[in-house]
Design a protein. Sequence first.
Length: 121
Amino acid sequence: MRIGWIGGVERYEAQLERLARAAGHELEYHRGDVRGRGAQSLEGLVDRCQLIVILTDTNSHGAVQLARKLARQRGRGTLLLRKFGISRFTRLLEAIDTVEGRGLFAAGGDMSAGYEALLSA
């Protein structure tokens, strides 16, 4: 699965990408800056990814709103979180495998409630 990550601490980008790759997924990172060409690159990320993780603590309101709007228009799953670190990302990767294994992905559906339940378990 290709996962889009919007916002957060850039210094963790390489580590997050390694974790995703090791679990058989791809991670694409966007800083959350929508000035200049940022909005276009955010749109491209949403187009390419099946699940969009949107962090609110380190993003502008404009980036959060645009990411949610684009994801909704394209039928992408979203996970809207205030903060999200390495350990929770590892749990998300495990949850994705669990959800995929159970055949719970529905085309165009919002998958966030299921992920949040699995992350908090």
